[in-house]
Design a protein around this ligand. Sequence first.
Ligand code: GDP
Length: 233
Amino acid sequence: MKIDASFVTSATSASDFPRDGLSEIALVGRSNVGKSSLINALARQRVARTSAAPGKTRLANVYRLARGNAPPFHLVDLPGFGYARRTGQAQARTEPAFEEIVRAVFARTPAALLLVDARHPGLESDRAAWEWVSSTAAGAAVVATKIDKLARGERIRAMRQLESVFDASVLPFSAVTGEGLDELWNLIDSLVNRRNRNNQPSRNSQQPPKPTARSPEPPPTGPTKPLRRRPKK
Ligand code: GDP
């Protein structure tokens, strides 16, 4: 199927976002988790810059994608969180510039994908991110990146652990082998359709989410169920 993909803009504040009303899917994840690689895999070309040096981006990069005859949508690549260069430790980033751009993106009530590294299931910063993402976005799902790096046994263990931590089905994905790419497109289609159906003005403009590890901000209208939540055992 034909894919059209292009870079639209780098946004630093609410006024920088496109005003064409296309559906938006926010990509959330720690620095170096593989967001740019995932975007390039979807686009089938290098629209996003990948890097081995984490924590560089302070902007939300917006890409326009369309597959086949489906309506186009915007992928909004949020700055990676949770990387402190000095210590190499995972930490919640609380810098004003980061909070401002997250607030601006989520005030637009996008759907969202939380990307987590398949090799590190259950990091505190990922759990905290899932709390605010799943309760604030108009539909959300978890994608486990770099799945090619795990051997069969490790992979089964990691997927089990991830699904238990997030209490949601988790999509295994590899930008290197292309595993999960079709399923990711299907997931995106369902998120875009779902968002189009529920297309309402922002519910969150009064109280945006705060991507802090300790105190995720509860949304004013209560949680939206994450997509494809697994039944409780
Ligand atoms: P970002 O900071 O989240 O945008 O991460 P990048 O896409 O720049 O990826 C960070 C590093 O992980 C790069 O060295 C990528 O080549 C590598 N990487 C990303 N996705 C995959 C994957 O699916 N498999 C493997 N083996 N490496 C990956």
